[in-house]
Design a protein around this ligand. Structure first.
Ligand SMILES: Cc1cc2nc3c(=O)[nH]c(=O)nc-3n(C[C@H](O)[C@H](O)[C@H](O)COP(=O)(O)O)c2cc1C
Length: 171
């Protein structure tokens, strides 16, 4: 079984976590895919789908929030074409209902700021028939453009290692 890590990222923080998560799943077949490049059908060989996105306006990004982000990125944003929301709009349902799926997001490190793109993404995956198997996870950045709060890369690697042990045991 393979694992896919599909991410959306404007300034690179969510991408860095996606790569850390792939590292945490070491010894398994892992593909890291930018959401604009991610296929619209998840092959049956994928046993674990991990989807990550930045929190924008208390939820998943929209074209308007990505445009806002682009204004603050003179060299352009990484996910310039679509976000996870639009990918879900086009993604084929999981007919088997057995593909394990987990979501994560990035959010600013401000106490009591509500809203999590990962929680919204989990709901969409459930409606698409995926078997959401772990609670949505948030990782924190210092400001809109980052950087990541110290220790978040390591926390992401450890989180992925636990997911791997639980849902993709290496025989
Ligand atoms: C338009 C816009 C709206 C945002 N809204 C929120 C928000 O509601 N809550 C939050 O915690 N962070 C918010 N942020 C900060 C993003 O979560 C942050 O930019 C992101 O986590 C950085 O990850 P990235 O580099 O992968 O894009 C917002 C950022 C932008 C650009």
């Amino acid at each position: 079984m393979d694992a896919w890590v599909v991410y959306e990222s404007m300034f690179g923080n969510t991408k860095a976590l996606a790569e850390a998560i792939a590292a945490g799943l070491a010894a398994r077949e892992v593909r890291v895919l930018e959401v604009g490049e991610a296929p619209l059908v998840i092959p049956a060989t994928v046993g674990l789908l991990i989807v990550g996105c930045p929190t924008h306006a208390f939820g998943m990004s929209r074209a308007s929030t990505r445009e806002e982000a682009a204004k603050e990125a003179p060299h352009g944003v990484l996910s310039a074409r679509i976000g996870v929301r639009e990918w879900f709009d086009a993604l084929e349902r999981d007919a088997s209902g057995t593909t394990a799926a987990v979501t994560f997001d990035t959010r600013v490190n401000r106490p009591r700021l509500p809203g999590s793109a990962a929680a919204a993404a989990e709901k969409r995956l459930k409606r698409l028939g995926f078997a959401t198997v772990a609670r949505p996870m948030s990782f924190y950045v210092h400001g809109k453009e980052g950087p990541l709060v110290e220790g978040e890369i390591e926390r992401a690697t450890e989180w992925a290692a636990q997911l791997g042990t639980e849902f993709m045991p290496v025989s």
